[in-house]
Design a binder for this molecule. Structure first.
Ligand SMILES: Nc1ncnc2c1ncn2[C@@H]1O[C@H](COP(=O)(O)OP(=O)(O)OP(=O)(O)O)[C@@H](O)[C@H]1O
Ligand SMILES: [Mg+2]
Length: 362
């Protein structure tokens, strides 16, 4: 594998010299997974790697369109001048490894998250200062901070995974899957932040087809019911297609989520079904949220709507007080325990006003 050089005296070969060539830059570049072009002093490419031109040919052998392509690529690459001491090589052009720009994007994401948290905490403090006596606000701030936990932990996990990425990068289907998950988590953060902002301000009720909102809520939960352990299912029976209700969709959905979460908690032992039923008369829409869970003692039917009342080790006792505030204060509706039997189940009723006809025609 060594090179042989003939030593001549006139026409006679008098001796041979064998030399081992040092590993050339060209060979070294074979192991590299990003794009490199090496040129001479006049910027004429000598050899290249991972660019859209055949690598086994020289500059003079490749097709004109390949030449164009190569020169176009070089414009977007980093240029390093090799200095006057190198006798043949002039410049090296290179790009960063494929996954580097993405990591940079992730660092930005992390920064944005940090800012979001700082901003949110200051907002919370500001609110606490202003409405010190309203304990629901303190609870709400805690609840929201609690809600932020899940998506943030999940995002941090993905970021760690990406940081520990192998040398050769991450395959793009895997990466796009990760990015999908991260987008979902970010959207969830956005929702939570926007809900929190809404409770503090005047809400605007708009005529909304409640049927559609209920469908969305139910299908969201259908995909997310616990499927380990006890079996659960959720069903919607709606007799109100086309009926419009004055609604703040975001807040109403939040209330529904809290009610459904309570049903899931109540059935965590033995599983069962959740039925969401919607009916109406001339004036009102009635939504029943029924579960087959552990039930509520009659003496507690009113009390559970007060903030801080909970029977759960990890509960804040906020879900129902928030739901009550949303239904009664923001929507001028009514929420109550309609019926409940120990070990058989509970039905919560929400009553909302049907939107005025002329309101609809505007
Ligand atoms: N569907 C239900 N079945 C049985 N008990 C219920 C049901 N809904 C509420 N409760 C009782 O009412 C209590 C108060 O509910 P609420 O949603 O306000 O708070 P929480 O669920 O305990 O905690 P948080 O919702 O803040 O996580 C619960 O702890 C539970 O004992
Ligand atoms: Mg709850």
């Amino acid at each position: 594998s060594m090179d042989r050089i003939e030593l001549r005296s006139g026409n006679q070969v008098v001796n041979y010299v064998y030399i081992a060539r040092p590993l050339s830059l060209q060979e070294f570049l074979k192991d590299i997974d990003y794009s490199v072009v090496v040129t001479d002093r006049d910027k004429k490419p000598l050899y290249w790697r991972n660019v859209e031109a055949p690598e086994d040919k020289t500059w003079d052998q490749i097709a004109p369109e390949d030449k164009l392509q190569l020169q176009k690529r070089m414009k977007n690459m980093y240029e390093v001048y090799l200095g006057d001491t190198s006798d043949q090589l002039g410049y090296i052009y290179f790009t960063t490894p494929k996954y580097l720009p993405r990591i940079r994007y992730l660092v930005l994401l992390e920064l944005a998250l940090a800012l979001l948290l700082v901003g949110f905490s200051s907002y919370g403090l500001f609110l606490l200062n202003r409405i010190e006596k309203d304990t629901l606000w303190i609870g709400l701030a805690k609840e929201t901070a609690h809600q932020f936990g899940t998506p943030i932990t999940s995002l941090m996990g993905w970021i760690d995974l990406l940081r520990e990425a192998p040398e050769e990068g991450i395959s793009s289907p895997e990466l796009s899957k990760m990015l999908d998950y991260m987008t979902t988590d970010l959207n969830q953060l956005k929702n939570i932040a926007s809900r929190f902002g809404k409770v503090g301000s005047q809400t605007k009720l708009v005529p909304t087809e409640l049927h559609t909102i209920l469908q969305q809520t139910v299908s969201y939960f259908k995909d997310r019911l616990p499927h380990l352990g006890s079996k659960m299912d959720i069903h919607l029976i709606s007799k109100i297609p086309g009926i419009k209700v004055m609604l703040d969709t975001e807040l109403f959905t939040w209330a529904m989520e809290n009610l459904i979460k309570n049903c899931i908690d109540a059935m965590s032992q033995k599983g069962g079904n959740i039925f969401i039923t919607a009916t109406h008369n001339n004036k009102y829409v009635f939504i029943h949220i029924r579960d087959e869970g552990k039930g509520i003692p009659h003496s507690q039917w009113k009390k559970i709507f007060e903030p801080g009342i909970t029977t759960k080790t990890r509960g804040w006792g906020l879900g129902l007080s928030l739901a009550k505030r949303i239904i009664e204060e923001y929507h001028q509706g009514v929420i109550k325990v309609l019926t409940s039997t120990i070990n058989e189940g509970t039905t919560i009723e929400i009553r909302l006003n049907i939107a005025e006809q002329e309101e609809e025609k505007k």
